[in-house]
Design a protein around this ligand. Sequence first.
Ligand code: NAG
Ligand code: NAG
Ligand code: NAG
Ligand code: NAG
Length: 198
Amino acid sequence: MRASFLALGALAAAVVAQDTYWNITSKPFYLVIKAQNVTLNGKYLGACHEGAAIEGLCVTTPSTANYVQFNYNTSVYQQPSVSGLLIWNLIGVNGGTLNVSSTMRFSYNSGSNVALPIFLPGNSDYTQVSFDNDGKLGIGSFQDDTKPLPNYTPGYLYRWNVCTTYYGYLYSTLAWTVGIHSPQNPTCQKVDIYRKFV
Ligand SMILES: *[C@@H]1O[C@H](CO)[C@@H](O)[C@H](O)[C@H]1NC(C)=O
Ligand SMILES: *[C@@H]1O[C@H](CO)[C@@H](O)[C@H](O)[C@H]1NC(C)=O
Ligand SMILES: *[C@@H]1O[C@H](CO)[C@@H](O)[C@H](O)[C@H]1NC(C)=O
Ligand SMILES: *[C@@H]1O[C@H](CO)[C@@H](O)[C@H](O)[C@H]1NC(C)=O
C-alpha cells in the first residue's frame, strides 16, 4: 500500500481548513467487507494513495497498520448523533511528525452513477455517514425522489460496492452507487461494510 508522499512539506506548513463542529472522535476501528464473493469477504478497507495527501479506500488484507484504522467524528451539537464523518489520520510520512486528520467525501463523476469515497485533509468538505446498531456503514436519506415530493422518508442506504476504479490509480476500491439502479461500472460487486473496533 502506498502512502501519500508528495507535497507533504507544503501541506504540513499550510493551515488545513477545519471546522471544529465535528470534534468528538471515536475509538479507532477497521472497516471490514462482507460479501458473497469469498475472495472479498473478510477483507479490510485501507487508505490508499490517489494523489498528494489524497486517499481512496482500497481492498486490502487484514492488518493492524495505520492505513486500515479509521475514526468516526460526531458533533456535540447533534446528540444523540445520527451521522458523522469518516476520518483517517495521515501520519508520520517520511519519518516526520505529521498527523493530519482527513475526512471522507464522495467524488462524483457527472458521467457515472458510481461515486468514489476520497479522503482529503481537514473537513472543509465531507459526506456524512452513519453506523447502525450492528455497526453497518450506511448513509442517511431523508427524501425519496422516486416518490412524490416533498416527502420525509428517513432511513439508511447501503449502496456500497467494490469496483475497479480510477481516480489517480487503477485500484479495487470501495464505491457508492448513486440512485436505485445498478452501478454502470461492470466491475462492481455489491458489498456491505462493518466496523470492528481495534
Ligand atoms: C476529529 O476529532 C478529533 C478529536 O477532537 C480532532 O482532533 C480532529 O481534528 C477531528 N477531525 C476532523 C477532520 O474534524
Ligand atoms: C468540542 O467543542 C465543544 C464546543 O465548543 C467543546 O465544549 C468541547 O470541549 C470540544 N471537545 C473536544 C474534544 O475538543
Ligand atoms: C470475486 O472477487 C474477485 C476480486 O475482486 C474477482 O477477481 C472475482 O472475479 C470475483 N468472483 C466472482 C465469482 O464474482
Ligand atoms: C494523531 O492524532 C489523533 C487525534 O488527534 C490521535 O488520536 C492519534 O493518536 C495521533 N496519532 C499519532 C501517531 O500521533
